[in-house]
Every structure is written in structure tokens, then in C-alpha cells.
Design a protein around this ligand. Structure first.
Ligand SMILES: [Zn+2]
Length: 341
């Protein structure tokens, strides 16, 4: 079932360590507790436009599929962006065959914030690779092209990087890990691999968690959170959505089963902030990077718009994403990190 080849000479390594003096800031945040969500005005500002610029930047690297130059450029850029922001940036290297081909070299990143603060320990994760084939494209002649991955890949990463800037400015009151998973999107149903060969990076991270780092107590995955700014002329308009056409974050099935309290907490925060994309209605159960955490007994929630019209097509580009979508998810995550008791 497994196709991993461990590389013990690499494994985890700490690439930077910055000790932050956080006590004064922590005292300020902790006093906001009491179980109530902090009003939006009191939360650190989430720069949606800045996050959107990071989304565009990633797409400008080209496809970030395994073995590509864009994949390497994206990795270097994420590391250099995170190093001045996080207390630690850890790299986890592994080699794997994907559901499509390979083997390739892969790298997960883990950026650590407020490690010395009291629990609970939260992991926020997104995949940073992109799909090598646009196999959902309506035009069969385009299905061997790579997916640009503006929504599917770049959107989650863009939110995490903006959160990293916020965490640097205002250290979270509890430990937070930002996880950047490689090798999520090269799966193929029927490949015989676990999860169809999707989620290789998150599986590897959970199964090879660094011994000197406390395991997360809860995980939230962001995927396909870039919204859709306008209809695409090549794909049918969705008719299953109401007022939130083109961006719809219904509760994912496995998340509802495995982490109902965390789902309720997140959706309550979104409602208090007025972010209508978060809807309580249930959507289908989806194979994504939350499953390895759930399998390891860690409550995990997948925040995902499944599926935007341009999903796995060559039109998964920034023009079909929007800063407003990033803002809804980003502010909700800020509320979760700073607003809880
Ligand atoms: Zn995908």
C-alpha cells in the first residue's frame, strides 16, 4: 500500500529558531477569554488583499506539480517568507510515488508559533503542490495540461502566510503550527494507494511527527478557499447553491463526524463575523488532508468549497478567485486563534 521511501539522513531539521518575548502580548490576549468570540474590531487585522497578492505570486511560479521548476521555486519562496516570521521552520523531506507517476522528492513545512505557550495546540494546514493534470477540464484536449492551482493550492497557502505575518506581530495565546503539505494533489482513484494517492504529504507528516514537538490537539485544513469571483464561460453554472453562488463552505462529512465541536466553534465564529459563505448544511465527505489526522485520533476539520466550477481545469486561475473569499476564511481563523478561552 505504501510507496514511501524514508530518507533518514534528511528528515526533520530546524532551519531557524527565533525566541520571542511574548508574555506582555499574551496577557493582553488571554484577558479577552471567557469563551466569547472577540469582536472583529478587536482581532488582529487579516490583510485579504495582501493574501491575494500571495495567491497571484504562487500562480506566477507556474504549475507547482511534483518535479517541476515551479514546485522548487514555490518551496524556496515559502521557506524564505516563513523564516523571519516563525519561531521555527521545519522541513520534512520524503520521496514517494504518487497516484499518477514518480517517485519524486517532496517537502512538507511546519512553521511553529508560541511553542512555549499553554495548550491547546492547533495545527492549521494547506497543501502547496498543484495537480499535474487538469482532468476535469470540459475540453478533453486540455486534460493533460497542469492545473494552475490558484484556488486548489495557492488559496490555502496564501491565508496561512498572512496568518504567519499576524502571528509574528501578535503571538498567538496558544501554540499554533502552520503546516504546508506537499504531494496532496497527485492522486488517482483506483491507484491502489491509501486515499487514492492523495494526501501523501499529510500522511507522512502525521506518521513521522517530530519527537521533540508536541502533537497537535486539533487540526484545521484549508483547501479550495479562494472563492470564485465570477462564472466561467466554459463550465456550467452551479445550481445547487443559494445566495452564496460561487463560494460555499458547507460542513464536510468526515469533519462533522470526527470533530463536531470544532466544526460548531468555527462556524459560530464565522457567523458572528458575518461571513455567509460558512453554511451549516452538510456537504459530501471528501478525501483531503484532514483524514490522516482523524485516523491518528486528532479532531480535524476540512474547510473546503467542494467543488468550485473551475476545479481541476486549466481555468483555476486568480481571475476566478477573490480577496473577499480569503477574507472570510482568514478572519474566521484569526477569530479561532485569538478569540477562544
Ligand atoms: Zn485538487
Amino acid at each position: 500500500m505504501w510507496s514511501y521511501k524514508d530518507q533518514p539522513e534528511k528528515g526533520w531539521r530546524v532551519t531557524s529558531l527565533v525566541l520571542l518575548a511574548t508574555s506582555a502580548l499574551l496577557a493582553g490576549c488571554m484577558s479577552c477569554g471567557g469563551g466569547n468570540t472577540v469582536p472583529a474590531a478587536e482581532l488582529p487585522h487579516f490583510g485579504a488583499q495582501r493574501a491575494f497578492t500571495d495567491l497571484e505570486r504562487q500562480v506566477a511560479f507556474g504549475a507547482r506539480m511534483p518535479g517541476s521548476p515551479g514546485h522548487q521555486q514555490q518551496l524556496s519562496w515559502m521557506i524564505s517568507t516563513l523564516q523571519p516570521l516563525a519561531e521555527q521552520v521545519r522541513q520534512q523531506h520524503f520521496t514517494a510515488k504518487t497516484g499518477l507517476d514518480g517517485p519524486y522528492e517532496f517537502t512538507n513545512l511546519l512553521a511553529v508559533f508560541s511553542a512555549a505557550a499553554p495548550g491547546p495546540v492547533t495545527l492549521l494546514g494547506a497543501h502547496w503542490d498543484t495537480r499535474p493534470v487538469a482532468d476535469q477540464d470540459p475540453d478533453p484536449t486540455l486534460r493533460s495540461q497542469p492545473v494552475p492551482g490558484a484556488n486548489d493550492g495557492a488559496s490555502g497557502v496564501a491565508i496561512l502566510l498572512e496568518l504567519a505575518r499576524i502571528f509574528r506581530q501578535t503571538p498567538p495565546p496558544h501554540p499554533v503550527y502552520l503546516a504546508f503539505f506537499d504531494a496532496e494533489d497527485s492522486g488517482k482513484s483506483g491507484s491502489g494507494l491509501l486515499y487514492g494517492g492523495y494526501c501523501l504529504g499529510s500522511v507522512y507528516m502525521v506518521q513521522n511527527w517530530p519527537a521533540d514537538l508536541v502533537r497537535p490537539e486539533r487540526a484545521i485544513i484549508l483547501d479550495l478557499v479562494g472563492g470564485v469571483a465570477k462564472p466561467n464561460p466554459r463550465v456550467p453554472v452551479r445550481t445547487d447553491l443559494g445566495a452564496n453562488d460561487y463560494f460555499d463552505l458547507r460542513v464536510e462529512g468526515y469533519s462533522a463526524q470526527a470533530a463536531p465541536e470544532l466544526v460548531d466553534q468555527i462556524w459560530s465564529i464565522a457567523e458572528k463575523l458575518g461571513h455567509g459563505a460558512f453554511q451549516r448544511a452538510r456537504q459530501t465527505a471528501i478525501i483531503d488532508d484532514h483524514l490522516p489526522f482523524i485516523a491518528a485520533g486528532i479532531p480535524a476539520v476540512d474547510i473546503i468549497d467542494f467543488v468550485p466550477p473551475v476545479w481541476h481545469t486549466v481555468d483555476d486561475t486568480p481571475e476566478y478567485c477573490s480577496p473577499q473569499a480569503l477574507r472570510q476564511v482568514g478572519e474566521t481563523m484569526v477569530g479561532l486563534i485569538y478569540g477562544r478561552e
